[in-house]
Design a binder for this molecule. Structure first.
Ligand code: CTP
Length: 399
């Protein structure tokens, strides 16, 4: 289930008897490590209480289109952006009809229109309703538009009928959802990625560092695993849990990061430098804890430049597809293009760190992809969604 680890999943529950199974669905998603927000239609609350879903998801349930508690009444747009996937379970015949028409008169309909994330539907209805031409036409319209149907299953129904229309079991829905995050784009490729900050020791208890959380690099590593790559993550100190199914080497300083990268890249195909490497380190590391001197005496630290991990790797392994980041506060594209040439890499992912709503510690990011062929601007996305897009674009660099 590791594919769902840390994924932002919206479980949208509509008004059908299978809604009682959605409680188990939410529980299983949480067990798989997903972050879950629950949306309920008015009909759904007739079958199961929001309190149950709140307790299981750990978050208040969203029921209204214009949520006065959400900033500027735009909670639905924030939710739509936050989602890595939306799973409508159960999805009634009526909700299918409304989604097929693109109706946006409630929270569920609006979210499905406003999101760029994959939408999965778990149909649940009487077998005759499922078989009806109107429902079948709606199902076709929705799948043609890229929505994915999970089920329905065949069998005995709550109303006593037997036939296709039952909602899949929660465990089957979780497996189907996890499948959405798998691709084979990087099957058989080895990818090395640096992430997080570096720490440059001053003495045994102090260091120079920066605010990098490592979230972007870890999300890319996870997306690369999902795309079938063999991944080696070289991480500076972060508070993040190590993703599963990859090799992780923990380092502290830029020098350690370079040594680990040089070793890992010897048989790699792609190198992505997402780490916020300290440009300088103290010229000398004091062996003992440094003591304060007289109250009025200042202190001067002499710094020397660190190796550039990305540029060194790109030079040492010319056949490797190298990708770097450029975090800038001004002249974003100009600096990014300069870095592309200076470091001799295939792509620079540029982001504006002067905007505090994206970048370093935020969950969202918005970037521009600069290559020798031009610049592509991606929309603002959650780091997980962005990571998947980046892996998609980076896999195309190799072709
Ligand atoms: N980088 C690196 N080693 C360094 C410095 C940077 O590998 N010592 C990598 C980063 O991981 C990133 C890219 O180079 O992918 C650009 O990093 P950035 O800090 O934006 O640029 P710098 O090269 O440090 O240039 P400047 O500080 O002048 O902006």
């Amino acid at each position: 289930m590791s594919r769902l680890y840390n994924k932002h999943i919206i479980v949208a529950i509509s008004g059908g008897i299978a809604a009682y199974k959605s409680a188990e669905l939410v529980r299983l998603l949480k067990t798989a490590g997903a972050q879950v927000e629950v949306v309920m239609t008015r009909g759904a609350t007739e079958f199961i209480t929001p309190l149950t879903l709140q307790a299981l998801s750990g978050n208040p349930v969203h029921q209204h289109l214009l949520d006065p508690e959400a900033e500027a009444g735009m909670g639905h747009i924030q939710l739509a952006r936050w989602a890595d996937a939306i799973l409508v379970a159960p999805c009634t015949a009526q909700v299918m009809a409304r989604l097929a028409q693109g109706q946006a008169d409630d929270l569920l309909g609006t979210l499905c229109l406003a999101t760029t994330a994959p939408i999965l539907l778990a149909p649940a209805m009487n077998q005759a309703m499922w078989a009806d031409q109107a429902t079948q036409t709606n199902a076709n319209t929705l799948t043609t538009r890229g929505l994915k149907l999970l089920g329905p299953a065949d069998g005995e129904q709550a109303c006593g009928d037997v036939g296709p229309g039952r909602m899949l079991e929660p465990s089957e829905l979780v497996a189907g959802l996890a499948q959405t995050f798998a691709s084979h784009r990087l099957q058989g490729r080895k990818l090395v990625i640096t992430a997080g900050p570096t720490r440059e020791a001053i003495d045994p208890v102090r260091y120079l560092s920066n605010h990098s959380s490592g979230k972007m690099g870890y999300a890319i590593a996870q997306a690369a695993v999902e795309a079938g790559a063999k991944v080696h993550l070289i991480s500076g100190p972060t508070k993040l849990a190590t993703p599963q199914d990859l090799t992780c080497t923990q380092v502290n300083s830029a020098t350690e990061m370079l040594a680990a990268s040089q070793q890992a890249c010897a048989d790699a195909d792609i190198f992505i430098a997402s780490a916020a490497v300290a440009d300088y380190r103290p010229a000398q590391v004091a062996e003992e804890k440094m003591k304060k001197t007289a109250a009025d005496a200042g202190m001067t630290l002499q710094l020397v430049q660190n190796p550039d991990v990305l540029a060194t790797i790109a030079q040492q392994y010319p056949a490797l597809t190298c990708v770097g980041f450029a975090a800038e506060t001004e002249k974003l594209l100009e600096h990014a293009q300069a870095k592309l040439h200076r470091k001799q890499v295939a792509m620079i992912i540029a982001n504006d760190v002067s905007d505090t709503s994206i970048g370093f510690n935020s969950d969202d990011n918005q970037v521009h992809l600069v290559t020798a062929h031009g610049t592509e601007t991606l929309p603002r996305l959650s780091k997980t969604q962005l990571a998947r897009q980046l892996i998609d674009r980076i896999s195309q660099l190799e072709q």
